[in-house]
Write a protein that binds this ligand. Structure first.
Ligand SMILES: Nc1ncnc2c1ncn2[C@@H]1O[C@H](COP(=O)(O)OP(=O)(O)OP(=O)(O)O)[C@@H](O)[C@H]1O
Length: 882
């Protein structure tokens, strides 16, 4: 890794060169902040403090080694000095006179490391673990060496674990042997070994102790080396789990959706028309407490507190990459002697010497492992290793996080639903209510023989009888066998972003790009993985909560990802919505190289950025192809394990999330020019970690075209004004029946989920971006590949002077003809050039008539079919003119 990699300037040094600000009194000139910034940070990969600690450990290990070794020779002489009976550690600071007075005959210690050495070794060897204490020397050495030289001798975790075991094991094992050979010094096993043995002997006897030791020893050998016991018949019955192939490959926990079941209120029919609540434990008017999942009796409003999610984890096994064994070339056979028919002609037989076995060079994994052993795995976060995720208290807590629905409201709504249905002779067996933050879902089970379509047609009648807006009938409820009627609560509860992010479900999620959207109808926190969606289309009439929704998406990602892992491309034609994120430019934003502003507001620049993202996409595909992996995760894993060479253009690839706040505006002004790259990105960008979130106020068919729609399976609808709009965005009605203020429907494939969007206010967003912006950032925003728009591109290629050609011009020409692919990234990678230089060479190749003109984000056409014709052309253009 280049040494410069960590040298980014801090944001907070902005004022470094300015004179100290004067206070009102003009007295205090120095602000203490810069001084604090310069203090060493405690950071395991960087910082002076770490080096000092490393040095300390290294010296400590040497000190221990010498004093332990000295102890082996001098322990008898120093016995009276170190003995606790004579004062032990208290003797350390006593004068010789005091020592003699304290009953010590010989107050001068013989240990080579003086008093401290004698006391320490006595403590470790005699009082504690015997000679096994030498392992402390080893532990300190490994820690010190790693901190000081940043070289990993052994894995720290393993060293500590195995050493701890060996210290105890050796101490007990030596103590065990002590029982058989009584005439060797007691200190060899230490007090721990001695007493543990005494204890074990008393409990399980000598034989038992012996077996226990053998068992413990072999168990650790099996864990460490997976040693094979080759017995004649080895049965593998019983599906034993394989041991980890090596320490790195621990199974990864896979996140499961939290399951929060709010037990619904239920009424079951007990006579023809009368419904009574089902009471399980107590009697009285029914209330539902969602937390306890038990019906409770109360006459007050129903209250539910924030739900405690139950999360569970799975494990999946990660497969090891296969290492290629060396293939050996077999020696050539000796030529046999030929027998000549004519005896007098002398025959010379030339012996072909067997060739040396040539082991075929091992593939990269070996060098990769060596590199990993030497430097550890690549840490993409190292450059900003001190980066801190924003804390939750930057966000506000709105409302009480409790859902309160009056029991009277519940009863009244239930009665009205039942009455209305009865009017139309629809009988119901059972009805139950689930209370959500903004709406309550009444689920009814109709009596046998009732047609579902009949209920569905009564949507308006039910809405009329309940005198409420935003009633939605779901008939049938998918996978439930009931019919759902969603009725808005009289007092909707605001779902604060903080309450959603603070849940265990969000904090412990292992999703790549978790977006906390809000809470579902059963008050369950809803978190989706943008990486799996893989793109999201957001629509909703103005003022219904779209911008809040976009902010919620951005904020949840900012609360979970490090700047090295994620970049945003923000497009904001309205110019006001996303400006809050300007402060995080050097941490989280990506932009075109020559752009001053990272948040794109101008349509022309949007087109360039989208095309540049297409180039980035193509480059990433090339990189993936080169690395022989299928997606970004595998690629990054390979890169982290140093199996990909950065000198060949490989780099750690962060996720890129493109957010367009007002897509309608872009489509109106640029049409196809925007639609084509967006559709291309949406189609292809999934595997390489580019995800799109596109929002629009006007979900009409000329904005959300067929092409766009086909590539955005996940769609989020806030309230829209007409059923047609709802159909355009969701392919079904429903969004027109929402109640606004963040009430939304998420369609993922065939599922339609009603969610109350988490609310995050502008000042909160500002605080979060301030918090991030004030931390040390990269030197610039991430730079996207250069893209020259069509108008700008055509201007100059023909003007290139042949003398100005790049020295790599001919090599690039041959490379491109060989691969029949006129792509800048090919030139960049194979010839190891920077993107800009490769781009210039491509322009020169165009001017020389070797590649065709620029074709948007596609590779250029190559105008020569083979190298022969190319060479002739090169000779031709190399001839001096005139
Ligand atoms: N999740 C929510 N919970 C509660 N109130 C909300 C929520 N989302 C939005 N609101 C309310 O609705 C108002 C408008 O929201 P927002 O600005 O997001 O609308 P919009 O759809 O982006 O409008 P426009 O398209 O005009 O920008 C907010 O100021 C807020 O008061």
């Amino acid at each position: 890794m280049p040494p410069k990699a960590n040298q980014f300037r801090s944001n907070s040094f902005k004022d470094d060169n300015k004179p100290g600000r004067e206070t009102a009194g003009g007295e205090r000139r120095r602000v203490s902040k810069p001084v604090l910034e310069k203090l060493p940070q405690f950071d395991l990969n960087n910082g002076r403090l770490v080096k000092i600690i490393g040095l300390f450990f290294l010296l400590l290990s040497i000190f221990f080694f010498i004093s332990f070794t000295a102890y082996l020779f001098t322990w008898q002489q120093d016995q009276s000095y170190v003995s606790p009976a004579n004062g032990g550690w208290h003797n350390l600071f006593k004068t010789q006179q005091e020592l003699i007075e304290g009953g010590i005959k010989d107050p001068i210690v013989d240990n080579w490391m003086g008093k401290l050495g004698a006391l320490l070794s006595n403590q470790f060897i005699y009082e504690w673990f015997g000679v096994a204490s030498y392992l402390f020397v080893f532990i300190f050495l490994v820690i010190g060496y790693r901190m000081l030289f940043k070289v990993r001798l052994f894995s720290l975790g393993k060293t500590l674990a195995y050493s701890a075991f060996c210290i105890l094991f050796l101490s007990v094992a030596i103590g065990f042997a002590h029982g058989f050979m009584s005439d060797y010094p007691h200190f060899l096993e230490g007090e721990v070994g001695f007493w543990t043995n005494r204890l074990l002997n008393a409990q399980i006897g000598e034989a038992g102790t012996g077996f226990l030791l053998v068992f413990a020893g072999l168990t650790v050998l099996i864990i460490a080396y997976n040693i094979d016991f080759k017995l004649p018949e080895r049965k593998t019955k019983g599906g034993l789990m394989p041991d980890h192939v090596d320490g790195e490959l621990t199974p990864q926990p896979v996140d499961l959706e939290d399951e929060i079941l709010s037990e619904p209120v239920e009424w079951r029919k007990n006579s023809r028309t009368k419904f009574e609540p089902i009471i399980e434990e107590d009697e009285g008017p029914l209330q539902q407490n969602i937390i306890n999942h038990k019906p409770v009796i109360a006459t007050e409003p129903v209250e539910t507190e924030s739900v405690v999610p139950r999360s569970s984890t799975h494990t999946t096994l990660v497969h090891n990459t296969m290492l290629h064994e060396p293939v050996t070339l077999m020696p050539e056979p000796l030529m046999e002697e030929a027998v000549s028919a004519i005896e007098d002609i002398p025959l010379t037989v030339e012996e072909t010497r067997p060739q040396e076995e040539l082991p075929i060079e091992k593939e990269t994994p070996k060098t990769a492992n060596e590199l990993v052993d030497k430097f550890g795995t690549y840490d993409p976060k190292l450059d900003l290793s001190g980066y801190k995720l924003p804390p939750l208290d930057l966000l506000e807590n709105y409302g009480s996080n409790k859902i309160s629905v009056d029991s009277g409201e519940l009863e009244a709504n239930k009665n009205k639903i039942v009455e209305t249905l009865n009017h139309y002779n629809i009988e119901i067996d059972k009805i139950k209510a689930t209370i959500g933050p903004t709406v309550t879902l009444y689920e009814i089970i109709p009596a046998p023989g009732v047609r579902i379509s009949k209920i569905k047609n009564l949507e308006d009648d039910i809405a009329l009888s309940l005198a409420a807006l935003g009633i939605r009938i779901i008939a049938p409820m998918p996978g439930k066998g009931t019919i759902g009627i969603e009725v808005p609560n009289q007092h909707p509860e605001m779902v604060s972003m903080r309450s959603v992010l603070a849940t265990e479900k969000f904090q412990q999620t292992t999703m790549d790009l978790p977006i906390a959207l809000g809470k579902t109808i059963s008050n369950e926190v809803f978190i989706a993985d943008l990486a799996k969606m893989p793109h999201l289309l957001v629509a909703g009439a103005t003022g219904q909560g779209k911008s809040v929704g976009i902010n919620a998406i951005l904020v949840s990602l900012l609360y979970k990802r490090h700047p090295a892992e994620l970049k945003f491309v923000l497009v904001d034609p309205k110019k006001v919505e996303l400006t809050l994120f300007r402060k995080i430019e050097r941490h989280f934003l990506a932009k075109l190289p020559d752009e001053a502003d990272a948040i794109i507001t101008d349509t022309k620049k949007v087109i360039n950025t989208l095309n540049s993202l297409c180039i980035e996409m193509d480059q990433r595909y090339d990189l993936l192809k080169d690395a022989q992996v299928r997606n970004l995760k595998e690629y990054n894993a390979k890169f982290i394990n140093r199996k990909l060479n950065p000198n060949e253009g490989h780099r750690f690839l962060p996720f890129i999330v493109l957010i367009v706040d007002e897509f309608a505006d872009l489509m109106m002004t640029a049409g196809k020019e925007v639609e084509t790259p967006i559709a291309r990105l949406a189609q292809l960008a999934r595997a390489i970690g580019i995800h799109l979130v596109i929002a629009t106020q006007r979900p009409s068919v000329n904005i959300i075209t067929g092409t766009i729609k086909a590539n955005f399976p996940a769609r989020l609808a806030f309230r829209v004004l007409s059923k047609i709009d709802s159909r355009t965005i969701l392919d079904s009605g429903g969004a027109d029946q929402l109640i606004g203020r963040g009430d939304m429907l998420l369609a993922t494939g065939s599922d339609l989920i009603r969610i109350q969007c988490a609310f995050v206010d502008t000042p909160e967003v500002e605080q979060v971006s301030d918090f991030i912006g004030n931390q040390r950032g990269y030197a610039t925003a991430m730079l996207l590949p250069e893209y020259v728009g069509e108008g700008e591109a055509g201007s100059s290629p023909k003007d290139f002077d042949p003398d100005d050609r790049d020295p790599m011009f001919e090599d690039a020409a041959r490379l491109i003809v060989l691969h029949q692919q006129g792509s800048t990234s090919l030139v960049q990678r194979k010839l190891k050039l920077g993107y800009n230089r490769a781009g210039r060479i491509i322009d020169q190749l165009e001017a020389a008539g070797i590649v065709g003109p620029f074709e948007g984000s596609k590779a250029r056409e190559v105008l020569f079919p083979d190298e022969y014709s190319l060479e002739r052309h090169l000779e031709e253009i190399a001839k001096p003119r005139g």
